[in-house]
Design a protein. Structure first.
Length: 243
């Protein structure tokens, strides 16, 4: 049986949803306000150097702190992820930063997925609004949801953290979603962690080259975003070949 996009809720479930949504928004709002000064300073070279020194002194505590920051960044979809990824590469190196960021994405994405499955698409509409969600309506009855999800997370310019909420309301399985989204995130994350690593080594030329390459990919994704979204919508309508 195909899972419906819009779940029917009982009055009790609606009350639980409303209370949970309010509590969730209040908690995330307080956490965001508390961490916003920190996130705003991540782009400052002097603060990055101070944080690197602190991280070297704290060892595993720094990794745990970055993991928590990465988790919060994914859950609060409005916070950009690139500064966190650059900082992870700066502190942990390119591969360590990649592993840490992907681990944080897996934990946060799993949390968002289960939260959305618990409360249904009503939670997504309350958090982001109907107009924003309508752009991805083609995922409702996608015939190739796994391939489309992989492409959406792979191509630059798509709101990946918002997509985590939206895709969670589709028929895709949790294990499949986590595997595909994590694999698709690697190119974007690794470029950011390499930028951070080269900045930490003082290799500004290489960091600039990688940054410009990443920026060009991101701009291309934005410029061709409408065409790409139409392609995904058309791909979603195609029937799977018979076995």
């Amino acid at each position: 049986m195909k899972q419906k996009w819009q779940l029917k809720l009982t009055k009790k479930q609606k009350r639980i949803l409303l209370a949970g949504a309010v509590l969730f928004l209040i908690l995330m709002g307080l956490v965001t306000l508390w961490l916003m000064p920190f996130f705003s300073r991540l782009s400052q070279p002097s603060f990055q150097q101070d944080f690197q020194q602190w991280a070297q002194q704290q060892s595993w505590r720094a990794w745990l702190a970055l993991l928590v920051i990465q988790f919060i960044q994914v859950v609060i979809a409005f916070i950009p992820g690139e500064p966190v990824e650059v900082l992870a590469g700066f502190v942990c190196g390119p591969w360590g930063g990649l592993a840490l960021c992907l681990l944080g994405c897996v934990i946060a994405s799993g949390f968002v997925f289960l939260l959305t499955r618990k409360f249904g698409s009503a939670l997504i509409h309350r958090l982001f609004g109907t107009n924003k969600i309508a752009e991805f309506d083609f995922l409702k009855d996608s015939k190739k949801v796994e391939l489309v999800v992989f492409l959406l997370f792979l191509v630059p310019g798509t709101p990946k953290d918002l997509l985590t909420y939206i895709v969670s309301a589709s028929p895709i399985r949790l294990s499949t979603f986590l595997g595909l989204s994590t694999l698709a995130r690697i190119p974007s994350v690794i470029t950011s962690t390499f930028v951070g690593a080269h900045v930490g080594q003082g290799n500004w030329a290489m960091a600039l080259i990688i940054f410009l390459f990443t920026a060009a990919a991101g701009i291309s994704g934005i410029l061709f975003r409408d065409r790409f979204m139409n392609f995904c919508a058309n791909l979603s309508k195609r029937q799977k070949p018979p076995r």
